[in-house]
Design a protein around this ligand. Structure first.
Ligand SMILES: CC(C)(COP(=O)(O)OP(=O)(O)OC[C@H]1O[C@@H](n2cnc3c(N)ncnc32)[C@H](O)[C@@H]1OP(=O)(O)O)[C@@H](O)C(=O)NCCC(=O)NCCSC(=O)CCCC(=O)O
Ligand SMILES: Cc1cc2nc3c(=O)[nH]c(=O)nc-3n(C[C@H](O)[C@H](O)[C@H](O)COP(=O)(O)OP(=O)(O)OC[C@H]3O[C@@H](n4cnc5c(N)ncnc54)[C@H](O)[C@@H]3O)c2cc1C
Length: 664
């Protein structure tokens, strides 16, 4: 803090709850708070992890800098003997997309999830020690969403007991995998399995790509980076790559064989494990993406909230201070729902992590019954939370007015790094349509006596939900969680049933599905919002210690669901789940809640416990000392290195001269 002055001190004094306890709720436990607090400070205080000039570096320098940071991070992890949890927190707080994300986040999980015990024993120790570096090479130039459409082939050669990996067309070139372009020595490569002239679908193969001695590509392999991406700095620290194979041979035991095995004589044997487990790594990563959404959104919200308390515009009386922009109701109605969404996503992410852990334990015991639920929840929530977060970051930029557009606000880079989350790991619409299929299947089975389970269980009360009438009579009735849950359940159920009815009129269900896909996506959004609302309400049923903490969370939960109700009034009214009068009462209550958030707003973002290093934003500085720091930063721009710019003699001077002579 400059001179120890805290320009937000008065705001902090307004807090009506125990911020330290809220930090623990946000982190998930005392244990995770302690680790994230300690590691974030360790990173923030180490000049080697500084990110000051990232948005100004040319690509080559930027990338080399990322390599330096990743290798230094690895050294620190080893020197300090950090646990796996601490190490992953360290990588998180370094806050720079890098090949290590894919190595730890996809390559290792793919081997763990799809490799046999023997394969895990062979490859994982090498990967854990980073003696090999891996990527996840699935997407191709021609196909990303349609995994069944991938063209790379893996043909078994019984003569040599090898697979021949080949890229038969230009569109079969692997295209996008992170870490592939310049770093990875190995990849889990997804390819069409062919034995004895027969195709057996898409499988994963461990393929060495570069020599360990000098990092050159192995014979038959063409490899490179796919080029600059959106934004300055941002995701350009990552070497998303292109890869082509010309009949590259790998031993048979490098096919990941937990789902299917290829025997020595080329027979394909299916194990008891469902085929969908080939898609298992994506389920894992989608679950982590939901958790990351709350981080990215909370970060943007933290910046916009602090700056909104610092920024003053209009409304001075008798020479007094102008109004803090956070006091404008319009600012609150844009900002506070995002603040509430950040908390909501945190809790749904926590729950999804639990669900995923539970599914993984069941899979290990050969119980595959909850896999469809895991797929539906991860796909749906990944889509919902990333879309809201990407839009939310952009909204936070606008909430910061002109200064939000400066790179030093941190928001442009945050947006550029975050927005591909709507596309990678499954395009959001494509994933919503996956959930739509599962929803429609659930509705179609309702008559058969098969009771839906998990997050679809509410559909089991379909008769009741179709007859439901909301009995809200006054604004405060909207604070009753039971009333709210029923309204959200009825809305989601009715939208799904309406789609199912329309679908049943089509002779060809696939044609119907395609025709109605936009309506189906809306039904899926309603279903996913219900999940988030219900998990927030469940969280409030837990014992939450700390003065005023639970009360604040209740207010935020109310803001979250009433904002959704207001925004999607059309759905609620069209399905007759609420009357226009009740919708209006919901909005009245929402305004009351905004006033309750206001005095706590700064403390609620302080509870994220982000360091200034992690936020990377002058507007979001903890001490609120925005103007001097913005002024100071401007002078550091390379354009200000000289008073007269390069190019003056060549371009500006002749121009001015010409105008002068024209006047004369
Ligand atoms: C869209 C689909 C799901 C369609 O696949 P399909 O085989 O045509 O599927 P279908 O016939 O509709 O379904 C067959 C069946 O498979 C189920 N299923 C589908 N996906 C999963 C899953 N993940 N787990 C468990 N089950 C799954 C479906 O529900 C179907 O089940 P059913 O037969 O109806 O019981 C799939 O191809 C897909 O997931 N596409 C998205 C591709 C993707 O996510 N790529 C990620 C690449 S890696 C990446 O982007 C890295 C990000 C970078 C970073 O994190 O930094
Ligand atoms: C930054 C980044 C990092 C990535 N990292 C990796 C990686 O490490 N490894 C890897 O293998 N891949 C990676 N990818 C690739 C990524 O997974 C794919 O781009 C993603 O799955 C989307 O597929 P696509 O590009 O084929 O989109 P497309 O499917 O071509 O989407 C184009 C448009 O078509 C629409 N569309 C497509 N199908 C349908 C349908 N059935 N119904 C309705 N609409 C449809 C989509 O909604 C979208 O609007 C990365 C991508 C990015 C941007």
């Amino acid at each position: 803090m400059e001179g120890g002055v805290d320009y937000l001190a008065d705001e902090r004094k307004k807090a009506e709850f125990d911020v330290q306890q809220m930090k623990i709720v946000w982190a998930g436990s005392h244990h995770t708070f302690e680790i994230s607090d300690r590691i974030s400070k360790l990173v923030a205080n180490d000049p080697a992890f500084s990110k000051d000039e990232r948005t100004m570096l040319p690509r080559k320098e930027l990338f080399k800098n990322t390599l330096r940071k990743a290798s230094y991070a690895w050294k620190r992890i080893n020197d300090l003997h950090l646990s796996e949890e601490e190490a992953s927190q360290l990588r998180f707080y370094v806050d720079e997309p890098a090949f290590t994300d894919l190595h730890w986040g996809m390559f290792i999980p793919a081997i763990k999830g799809q490799g046999t015990d023997e394969q895990q024993k062979k490859w994982l120790p090498l990967a854990y020690k980073m003696q090999i570096i891996g990527c996840y090479a699935q997407t191709e130039l021609g196909h990303g969403s349609n995994v069944q459409g991938l063209e790379t082939t893996a043909t078994f050669d019984p003569q040599t007991d090898e697979f021949v990996i080949h890229s038969p067309t230009l569109t079969s070139s692997k295209w996008w995998p992170g870490g592939l372009g310049k770093v990875s020595t190995h990849g889990v490569v997804y390819a069409r399995l062919i034995t004895d002239g027969q195709e057996h679908g898409i499988h994963g193969f461990i393929v060495q790509l570069r020599r360990l001695e000098d990092h050159r590509p192995l014979p038959g392999i063409i490899i490179g980076d796919i080029g600059m991406k959106f934004g300055n700095g941002a995701y350009n620290t990552m070497d998303n790559g292109v890869l082509r194979f010309d009949h590259v041979r790998i031993p048979r035991d490098q096919m990941l064989m937990r789902v299917s095995q290829v025997t020595r004589d080329g027979k394909v044997v299916q194990s008891d494990v469902p085929r969908q487990l080939v898609y298992g790594t994506m389920v894992y990563v989608r679950q982590t993406i939901v958790q990351d959404a709350s981080c990215a959104l909370s970060r943007a919200v933290c910046i916009a909230t602090r700056y909104s308390a610092v920024r003053r515009q209009f409304g001075s009386h008798n020479g007094g201070p102008e109004t803090q922009v956070i006091d404008y109701k319009t600012q609150q109605s844009r900002l506070f729902p995002l603040l509430a969404s950040a908390y909501a996503f945190r809790f749904v992410g926590e729950w999804l992590k639990w669900l995923y852990t539970d599914v993984t334990q069941r899979l290990q015991a050969n119980d595959f019954s909850t896999l469809p639920e895991a797929h539906a929840c991860t796909a749906g929530l990944k889509s919902l939370t990333t879309s809201v977060t990407a839009d939310g970051i952009e909204e936070c930029r606008k909430l910061c007015g002109g200064h939000g557009y400066l790179c030093t606000s941190g928001l442009p880079e945050l947006f550029a790094v975050y927005v591909p989350a709507c596309t990678y790991e499954g395009d959001n619409i494509v994933l919503m349509l996956q959930v739509a299929r599962i929803l429609m299947k659930t509705v179609s089975q309702l008559g058969s006596g098969k009771l839906p389970v998990g997050t679809m269980a509410y559909m089991g009360r379909i008769e009741h939900l179709l007859q439901y009438r909301c009995n809200v009579q006054k604004a405060e009735d909207w604070l009753n969680p039971a009333i709210v849950l029923e309204a959200f359940e009825a809305r989601a159920a009715r939208m799904s049933v309406s789609c199912a009815k329309k679908l049943s009129k089509f002779a060809n269900p696939e044609e119907g599905f395609a025709e109605l896909s936009a309506d189906l996506v809306e039904a899926v959004v309603a279903h996913c919002q219900l999940i988030v609302v219900s998990k927030f309400i469940e969280k409030l049923q837990q014992d939450i210690p700390g003065k005023g903490v639970k009360q604040q969370l209740k207010v935020l939960c109310g803001v979250y669901y009433l904002f959704l109700l207001h925004k999607h009034q059309g759905d609620f009214l069209a399905t007759s789940c609420v009357t226009p009068k009740q919708a209006s009462l919901a909005n009245d209550q929402l305004r009351v809640l905004y006033s309750q958030v206001r005095p706590n707003a700064i403390a609620l973002v302080d509870a994220f416990n982000y360091t200034d290093h992690f936020l990377g934003s002058i507007l979001g500085r903890y001490d609120g000392n925005v103007y001097p720091k913005l002024y100071e930063a401007a002078w550091k721009d390379p354009l200000n290195d000289s008073v007269v710019p390069d190019g003056y003699h060549q371009y500006i001077r002749p121009l001015l001269k010409q105008q002068r002579s024209a006047k004369l």
